[in-house]
Design a protein around this ligand. Structure first.
Ligand code: ADP
Length: 458
């Protein structure tokens, strides 16, 4: 149990580590792709600007220049006439808003860029934005309308795109006339950026997910194999314990019987000698049966199961099995024969078939905590002979039902010696049914009893 938990915990921890590493790598790749994307479009837009400049000798802000020039002359005068600081501030704000609006609405650069991008097959679904860095009104003196913090006043060099890292800075622009001086940055932002990056990272992403799935699958398979091996090894240990127990009982009876025969008072009593001899004989047969069963099972594993099939009347065969069971180990059980097969015949191996039914009947008696009542039904449906053996015994838990037909499996492992057995009876039943081309199923509820159904095609 401890080992099982350790393996499970180690496996889960390794999977978590692997997943975290993959997430880390993917994030790195994503970041790199994001930067590459920005770099690619910065270069492309520089190329575009040069191209536009060469072709139409414009930077895309000609209309803006024209509108602003006209507006600034009047606005400069109005501004300089104001004395009240409040009014002055209001005017400055109005001027700044106007500039922003004109820059955004009257610029042609976005259209020119989009056309350039489209012609070259690049992504053209971008939104532009303009950030004013510095706006001054000029005359004899300079009135600062707006200046971005940290803006280098002396030489308005290229500003850093710290306004919004996710946007791509295409260029900074400067324009001025007698009335104003303006510096601003022009950014573009791609709405499809995430999708493009996702597409570019899809292979790495898929490989990561695939590797995680592969590792998880391998772990699950390995863990299940380990558990299965553990289960089998437990079964074998149980089997050896039970086997020893089973073999010891007849052996010790024989030993005691041998000792009894040595006693002087017994040797004169012919009846006692006979009784002891019979006991020895019975126990030897039992011992022999046990050993044969084990030998047979190991033989089954190595060679193909060979049947000696004969055309048999199933009703008669069932009668024989039930009657000999009644007179043998099954006395005390009430067995209801509920079959009427109307002389139906099928190709069966009589010996194995008898063993199969016998095993079911003796289990029905063995796993019972009250007076056993057994119903044995038989009928044919389609091309199948169906035989059902039902009891009113202790029943079988659902979790055990899956395994009871496995070799060495015993459901009552907790109380293993309460019901004697080697966990081979139902394994026999399954192997025999399958050798006849059929199958065996169980239907059971703990405390209510069990029904075993054998279907054999004929
Ligand atoms: P064994 O009887 O030697 O343990 P079997 O292969 O015959 O082995 O049965 C496997 C297990 O199935 C048993 O240990 C028992 O727990 C359960 N079992 C089989 N038949 C019955 C039954 N009729 N009622 C309840 N439990 C049963």
């Amino acid at each position: 149990m401890k080992k099982k938990n350790t393996v499970l915990i180690l496996g889960i921890v390794s999977i978590i580590i692997l997943t975290s590493v993959q997430v880390f790598i993917i994030r790195g790749i994503w970041k790199q792709k994001d930067e590459m994307f920005a770099l690619r479009y910065t270069i492309r837009s520089q190329e575009a600007l040069n191209f536009i400049n060469r072709r139409i000798s414009s930077d895309g802000f000609d209309t803006v220049r024209f509108v602003l020039s006209k507006y600034s002359e009047q606005a400069n005068k109005e501004l300089r006439a104001l004395k009240d600081t409040k009014e002055l501030d209001l005017k400055k704000k109005e001027i700044l808003d106007f500039y922003s609006e004109v820059l955004n609405k009257e610029q042609d650069l976005s259209g020119l860029l989009a056309t350039y991008f489209e012609r070259r097959g690049y992504d053209k679904k971008f939104a532009h934005s303009i950030a004013i860095n510095n706006l001054e009104f000029l005359s004899n003196d300079t009135i600062v309308i707006f200046r971005r913090e940290n803006f280098p006043n002396q030489r308005p060099g290229r500003s850093t795109p710290e306004i919004n890292q996710s946007k791509i800075l295409v260029n900074w622009f400067g324009m001025e006339d007698n009335n104003y001086r303006l510096r601003f940055d022009y950014f573009i932002d791609f709405s499809d950026k995430q999708r493009v990056i996702f597409k570019e990272s899809a292979t790495s992403l898929a490989m990561s997910i695939f590797s995680i799935i592969v590792v998880v699958t391998i772990f699950v398979i390995a863990y299940r194999n380990l558990m299965e091996e553990k289960r089998l090894s437990n079964l074998k240990t149980d089997f050896i314990n039970n086997m020893t127990h089973e073999l010891k009982t007849p052996l010790s009876t024989i030993t005691v019987a041998g000792k009894t025969l040595e006693m002087a008072q017994i040797r004169t009593n012919e009846e006692k000698i006979l009784e002891t001899a019979r006991l020895i004989g019975k126990q030897s047969i039992h011992l022999n049966q046990l050993i044969n069963m084990i030998l047979e099972i190991s033989m089954w594993e190595r060679t193909q199961f060979e049947l000696d099939k004969k055309n048999t009347d199933i009703g008669e065969l069932l009668d024989d099995v039930v009657e000999s069971f009644r007179s043998g180990g099954g006395n005390g059980a009430s067995i209801n024969k509920k079959y009427n097969l109307n002389g139906l015949k099928a190709e069966l191996d009589v010996v194995y078939f008898t063993t199969m039914i016998n095993n079911l009947l003796s289990n029905a008696v063995k796993y019972s905590d009250k007076d056993p009542v057994i119903d044995i039904e038989g009928f044919h449906a389609e091309n199948n002979i169906c035989i059902k053996v039902s009891d009113n015994g202790i029943g079988i838990r659902r979790t055990d039902q899956k395994h009871i037909f496995d070799k060495f499996y015993r459901a009552s492992t907790g109380n293993i010696h309460k019901f004697k057995g080697l966990g081979l009876g139902l394994y026999y039943v399954r192997r025999i049914a399958e050798a006849h081309g059929g199958e065996v199923k169980v239907n059971s509820r703990p405390g209510r009893g069990s029904t075993f159904t054998i279907n054999i095609p004929y």
